[in-house]
Design a binder for this molecule. Sequence first.
Ligand SMILES: *Cc1c(COP(=O)(O)O)cnc(C)c1O
Length: 438
Amino acid sequence: MEKKTFVSLEKAREIMKTIPTPFHLYDEKGILENARKIKKAFSWNKGFKEYYAVKACPNPAILKLLRNEGFGADCSSYTELLMSDAVGFAGNEIMFSSNVTPAKDFELAAKLGATINFDDITHIDFYENLIGCLPETVSCRYNPGGLFNINNAIMDTPGEAKYGLTRPQMTEAFLKLKSRGVKHFGIHAFLASNTVANEYYPALAKILFETAVQLQRETGVHIAFINLSGGVGIPYRPEQEPSDILLIGEGVRKVFEEILVPAGMGDVKIFTEMGRFVTGPYGCLIATNIHQKHTHKEYVGLDACAANLMRPAMYGAYHHITVLGKENEPCDHKYDVTGGLCENNDKFAIDRMLPKIDIGDILVIHDTGAHGFSMGYNYNGKLRSAEVLLKEDGSFELIRRAETPADYFATFDFTGLFQEGQPKRFVLKDGELSGAAL
Ligand SMILES: *Cc1c(COP(=O)(O)O)cnc(C)c1O
């Protein structure tokens, strides 16, 4: 499928008048349309709820949009819980799917009344000792181990994954929880990441539904929900077909009617925790070409770097690139598109065929709406960029300002760093540095 940008050159220039590049831009219209499609795909299930994986795009403005659509929030850390609470998610609108969970994270999750999804059997005692009691509803994360296959193709290797309880542990955990007064149970699993195969959710659902029926018979507990978690992928590459969420929802419905309904478990609610599929395609990183270098290869250097988008450097991930205003020009130039980190893997693209790029051209790096900004970091003292929301009516809103040096230095106390009597080398004022050394 041809990959198009949701932003025009004119719009990018308009935004850049007040917000310099680099910045991540999100498409409100795209996010809302997609959210509605997801709800439609699972509307056959009365209790369906998508808990958006906050880590994919932890921005209150984005979370608010999704909350207005009836989505919940899937958190895995203290600060994600704080943000979700601040946005207005309350009680069972928050799913807490954490692992290696610190005590204070469980304490906050308990205080907010979040639904706890235990990653390990030992967390039951850990939680009960900490909080004093167990909630009425508890979920456990299942890891079947081995390989996860669909149609004889290996999708992923759960046996190598650190997450979840084994099958015998699931039974043991449910019995233990039941004996300690837990009334309603959930089952969760995440077996493959970023898969555009429409069979993924139905195949996962089959495993979870069969497990749910067995667990119900073995332990006699009430299974209230089954959480298919995240993993639904997006077509980063032009030759990939996008997932069809309506088809996926229909596939899950079929398995539901085959397995759960005959077992008398037709009241089970289906939950999902998608991140990438919800916002991934509806974000992009806008950057400007600031240098070009002609050595052993042709390099196009941007004002953005891997600190703004880590996926290419970290996983060799493909992100499509469009040069704004040159959409219809032939891609007859081969470039490495780089950032300025002192790391040779700081390349958004290697040997990419693109139109001839000129200094000052604006580049759109596609599909950064999930696991984009949020994976950013401060290596080389690079500062995190702004995030901007392109609204349905065509206006735009700064939903996170860019970091300043003051943010970068905020965790130091400089008073102890200088010898008595030595002049202060610089001071931070209004996010800018000034002082003797400057
Ligand atoms: C990361 C994560 C998700 C979201 O994954 P996507 O690939 O973005 O859909 C959902 N649930 C849990 C527990 C996760 O860790």
